[in-house]
Design a protein around this ligand. Structure first.
Ligand SMILES: Cc1cc2nc3c(=O)[nH]c(=O)nc-3n(C[C@H](O)[C@H](O)[C@H](O)COP(=O)(O)O)c2cc1C
Length: 137
């Protein structure tokens, strides 16, 4: 299974546009057995997508062409055994606790982050999402 992380610059970021992206993403991803998470804030999209390699390659090609963002940069591409977001066709997160300030993002902190740090950001989101949806027994 392929797992890929990229970042990009939102073009005209607002709530309506984000909602539109998520509705389409969840529909397509459910169809294509793709899962993942999209971290979003006004100055950054950071997305993890995972699934069968042909589905991920096709999705990334569509994402590269999308004019709702610019400067799409591939940060990580890996073969993995297990999904990080098995229950989410596309989890969204506004990263209230994200480590980087706008100035750091501007200066290239995301591109400079090691793969382990990128993974850790998504692991944290996955853990929070699981805790939110798992009933306490
Ligand atoms: C930040 C961002 C994230 C996106 N994530 C997904 C996604 O996870 N799945 C998806 O199918 N499309 C996603 N899209 C939309 C694609 O770029 C593309 O518009 C869409 O897949 C085309 O779908 P359609 O052929 O149904 O029109 C994303 C777009 C942006 C800007």
């Amino acid at each position: 299974m392929k797992q890929l992380i990229y970042c990009s610059n939102p073009f005209g970021f607002d709530r309506a546009m984000l909602a539109g992206i998520l509705v389409g993403a969840r529909r397509n991803n459910a169809r294509d057995d793709v899962t993942g998470a999209l971290i979003c804030r006004h100055d950054l999209y950071l997305q993890l997508i995972e699934g069968a390699a042909p589905a991920i390659d096709a999705l990334y090609a569509r994402i590269l062409r999308d004019d709702r963002h610019s400067s799409v940069r591939l940060l990580l591409s890996d073969n993995v055994e297990t999904r990080m977001f098995p229950e989410w066709s596309m989890l969204d997160d506004e990263m209230p606790s994200m480590a980087w300030s706008p100035a750091e993002v501007q200066a290239g902190a995301v591109e400079a982050a090691p793969a382990s740090a990128l993974r850790e950001i998504f692991e944290r989101i996955a853990t929070i999402a699981r805790e939110r949806t798992t009933p306490v027994v």
